[in-house]
Design a protein around this ligand. Structure first.
Ligand code: B16
Ligand code: MG
Length: 215
């Protein structure tokens, strides 16, 4: 029986996926890489900041030391955090508040399971923080999706067995992580049609509307 829904953050709850793309593109351009595209950015979804940097660096012959890579990742994060300054409740994706209220009315718990170390800041700015019973993010983990760690920590914080959890994800790495953790997986957005997902929908708004018709 489903007792909890664990939501990914960027691209599922909030439009910050677009801001990640803009910041990585700006960093790529500073490095003389002009061909950084949305297709490259799809591969950065759900994976850690350092793994995302590698997707950018694949596009240049230049070699970087570990220290230089840390500096580059920090530079991108500074640009990204600056771009979050105007973030507000209006950046929450359609259907999110409604869907969370719906599951809560059924006694189902809600948690966040995100790779992002900026999760607390984003939840605060978008007024989503109080919606969740538990938060698990890049600040809690040592392994990045597709490892299930971030979702298993969320389940543990909720006190719910992994087999009673559903994960909502917009990345292939996240769908893989949910399944590796023994959870159900709902694919949305960029991960829609991922064959490993149990269910695929365009977004949470579509899912919420379908539930309302059936209710
Ligand atoms: P940060 P999610 C992920 O968030 C993003 O999808 C991914 O592109 C990013 O590299 C990762 O967070 C780390 O984010 O640099 O803010 O710590 O989709 O798992 O909510
Ligand atoms: Mg995501």
């Amino acid at each position: 029986m489903i007792k909890a829904v664990i939501f990914d953050l960027d691209g599922v709850l909030v439009t910050t996926d677009e801001l990640h793309f803009e910041a990585w593109k700006a960093l790529a351009e500073e490095l003389g890489i002009n061909g950084f595209t949305k297709a490259d950015n799809v591969r950065q979804r759900g994976v850690s900041r350092m793994a995302s940097l590698e997707v950018v660096l694949e596009k240049t012959e230049r070699e970087f030391s570990d220290e230089e890579k840390i500096d580059l990742a920090e530079k991108k994060n500074d640009m990204y955090v600056k771009s979050l300054s105007g973030l507000s409740k209006t950046d929450v994706l359609p259907g999110v508040f409604e869907f969370i209220n719906y599951i809560k009315s059924k006694g189902i718990k809600a948690a966040v399971g995100s790779a992002s170390k900026n999760t607390p800041l984003i939840l605060d700015k978008t007024e989503l923080a109080d919606c969740f019973d538990a938060i698990s993010c890049g600040l809690d983990t040592t392994r990045s999706k597709p490892d299930p760690e971030v979702f298993l920590i969320a389940a543990k914080k909720l006190g719910v067995a992994p087999s009673d959890c559903v994960v909502v994800e917009d990345s292939d790495a996240g769908i893989e992580a949910a399944k590796a953790g023994g959870m159900y997986a709902i694919a949305v957005g960029a991960a829609e049609y991922n064959p490993k997902a149990d269910v695929s929908v365009k977004d949470l708004d579509s899912l919420y509307r379908a539930l309302c018709i059936l209710a």
